[in-house]
Design a binder for this molecule. Structure first.
Ligand code: ZN
Ligand code: ZN
Length: 394
């Protein structure tokens, strides 16, 4: 593997940063300690620091020592943790108190932040490129759309770039491997809530009421026909009801039942179809049963779609670091989602997966057993550095 030597030298230092961040997890828009740490390191490397976009967002700006003709690119890492209580026992396990209580870096954003810092350190030392790199450290990737907020607050007006690049670790793929494809990599993510209202009654006398439980159950079943009967079988669609709330007693039929969940799709047309069909089925079933329904459907993240030219550039940088045999150019997309999608809606760019080693012992993303693999740190940092040196040629 062609890890950059200088980056390999400070792998132990990067592992220390990563473990420090891991130990102090912060969730959406509360990444204050993490942002302080990122800003202090960038500053120490001699990189211009800008703070405040989306609250805790940090952007570092570095010029190369060659004439880039005004060219610039953005590299993005995410800083937030999850509301998960860690079960690992190692020394750098999450501090479970104060603002860190019940939180954990279970998605490896501690590693992502560290790898981009590692690349920043190397690039600030060498400046072996022409043009400008913006190191973008975003808050709130999980659920709350910190990337969207940065874009809305003028990220690319303040820091104009021709393209933006993102990276995510992938447990179960070997360290030193990458996977990337043009087109969709990850799905659009929507949420829904349906409040079914019937007429509450005695559990022994259902004829005196309108049963919201039975009605809601039919709505759930009806929705499951959307992916099998309505959308094109060649287009991916997932509808998952993840919560059913209703009732408190053994012998009372409740007046209301609330259904919540998520949908996933890759194309806006499919997303439209899912929403329309969900509303039609919920309203139709409830009307047939003599109940009523109030439905909320909210679009959260669009699909993460890589542009063709930038995917070639990213794949070439990955091949430079890992060798062609270790770069999968046609991975199966996943129905997971990413708020880097908002940056890719604003600018061309590419999102790549990087192997994080074995996922044995349940070391999967969002598991309380997860830990980012420190051996992957120099791989990701070298990828970022190579990407900059190859795109922004002097
Ligand atoms: Zn995650
Ligand atoms: Zn993540």
């Amino acid at each position: 593997m062609a890890i950059i030597n200088r980056i390999a030298e400070f792998q132990p230092e990067m592992a220390e940063w990563r473990r420090d961040i891991h130990k102090h997890p912060e969730t959406a828009f509360e990444e204050e300690r993490t942002a302080d740490l990122v800003a202090a390191k960038l500053h120490a490397f001699g990189i211009e620091v800008h703070r405040g976009l989306a609250g805790t967002g940090v952007v570092g700006t570095l010029e190369g020592n060659g004439d880039g003709g005004g060219r610039a690119i953005g590299l993005r890492a995410d800083m937030d943790a999850l509301h998960i209580r860690e079960v690992n026992e190692f020394d750098h396990r999450s501090v479970d108190e104060g603002q860190h209580e019940g939180r954990m870096h279970a998605c490896g954003h501690d590693g992502h932040t560290t790898m981009l810092l590692g690349a920043a350190k190397y690039l600030a030392e060498t400046r072996n490129f022409g043009g400008t790199v913006h190191f973008i450290f975003q808050p709130a990737e999980e659920n709350e759309g910190g990337g969207r907020v940065m874009v809305e607050q003028g990220l690319f007006e303040q820091f104009p770039v021709e393209a933006v690049y993102g990276l995510h670790n992938w447990p179960g793929a070997p360290v030193g491997s990458f996977a990337v494809r043009p087109g969709p990599m990850m799905a659009a993510f929507d949420i829904f809530e349906a409040t079914v209202t019937g007429k509450g009654s005695h559990g022994a006398m259902p004829h005196q009421g309108v049963d919201a439980v039975v009605t809601a159950a039919q709505v759930v079943s009806g929705w499951q026909t959307i992916a099998s009967r309505n959308t094109n079988p060649f287009e991916a669609a997932v509808i998952s009801v993840t919560q059913i709330h209703g009732g408190e007693a053994w012998n009372v039929i409740p007046e209301t039942v609330v259904l919540r969940g998520t949908t996933r799709s890759f194309k806006p047309e499919v997303q439209d179809e899912i929403e329309l069909a969900m509303r039609r089925i919920a309203e139709g079933v409830c009307q047939a049963m003599g109940a009523s329904v109030e439905m909320r459907y909210e679009r959260r993240y669009p699909a993460t779609v890589n542009s063709v030219a930038e995917t070639e550039i990213a794949a070439a940088a990955a091949v430079d670091v890992a060798g062609p045999e270790n770069v999968d150019r046609d991975p199966t997309p996943t129905m997971g989602s990413e708020d880097f999608a908002f940056m890719l809606q604003a600018k061309p760019g590419c999102y790549i997966w990087m192997g994080n080693g074995s996922d044995e012992g349940d070391r999967r993303l969002h598991s309380p057993h997860y830990d980012f693999n420190d051996e992957a740190l120099p791989v990701g940092a070298s990828y970022w550095a190579r990407l900059v040196e190859t795109v922004l040629v002097k």
